[in-house]
Design a protein around this ligand. Structure first.
Ligand code: SF4
Ligand code: SF4
Length: 260
């Protein structure tokens, strides 16, 4: 017993201070990509050919990237001879609409909060039912990280619950396979209104690596109304957490800014 207590004291505090302090992300973290259109040759399509999910397109000679389809695999970076694509350290990538995730013009806006009435209901206490709708479990693993002592999601008033009847909304991972479509629909119907839906990961946004497979529905928005999209394959826990807090209006949108 004494040994266990000594070890616990030695461990000290493990819970991060986010969102009061900016996150410490590893050098290898792949965040929001930057497209440098000036470097891009007019007839070059090497990155487009290299992309496994069709996330890159050229319209009127201008390169666009759909973050909702991107796996952050960086095959496009390696394929580009001009260095026109680079992945940076920006982890704040969640969006309220599908259209915002298509990068070919203005910068991706920071996630906008829910309306005042919904924030009044969920802002201090949000219960979510997680539905795994056919993915690889990578996204589920990173969602689970939020429940560890490091992130301690409960300290922020956000918890996962077992029953949809006790939930305020759904957090969906996976591309929504045909096998999961009815179960997802029934789970949504069992959540009392008003309710919110959060799509986490490339699969839940667009089908991800399974896009256009005959047994998948290419994302949660094909089945349900979605309030928040969190891109990544899988998204980093900080990206998910920033999206959740932004949706609830619980975070100053500057890195490390105080909660509001
Ligand atoms: S990083 Fe994204 S855009 Fe680039 S090749 Fe991979 S999936 Fe396509
Ligand atoms: S988005 Fe990537 S990590 Fe998440 S379920 Fe799909 S394939 Fe797995």
């Amino acid at each position: 017993m004494l040994k266990a207590l000594r070890a616990r004291v030695h461990q000290g505090r493990r819970t991060i201070s986010y969102p009061d302090d900016a996150p410490a992300l590893p050098d290898r973290f792949r965040g929001l990509p930057r497209l440098d259109a000036e470097r891009c040759g007019p007839d070059c399509a090497r990155c487009i050919d290299a992309c496994p999910t069709g996330a890159l397109v050229k319209r009127d000679g201008r390169l666009g990237l759909d973050l909702g389809r991107c796996l952050f695999c960086t095959d496009c970076v390696e394929a580009c001879p001009e260095g026109a694509i680079a992945y940076g350290g920006e982890y704040r990538m969640a969006a309220r609409t599908r259209e915002e995730l298509v990068l070919d013009g203005p910068a991706l806006p920071l996630v906008a909060a829910l309306d005042a009435e919904t924030r009044r209901l969920f802002g201090r206490s949000l219960k979510l039912r997680q539905v795994s709708a056919g993915g690889c479990n990578g996204c589920e693993a990173d969602v689970n990280v939020l429940n560890t002592v490091v992130f301690d999601l409960g300290r922020l008033g956000i918890q996962f619950v077992a029953s949809p009847r006790h939930a305020d909304g759904l957090l969906i991972t996976g591309p929504v396979t045909e096998n999961m479509r009815l179960a997802l629909r029934k789970t949504y119907d069992a959540v009392p209104g008003p309710k919110i839906v959060i799509a986490v990961g490339a699969c839940a946004i667009s089908g991800g690596p399974y896009v256009d497979h005959p047994e998948v529905h290419n994302g949660a928005h094909r089945v349900l109304p979605v309030d928040l999209y969190v891109p990544g394959c899988p998204p980093h826990p900080y990206t998910i957490l920033h999206g959740l807090l932004g949706l609830l209006g619980r975070i100053d949108q500057r890195p490390g800014g105080p909660r509001t």
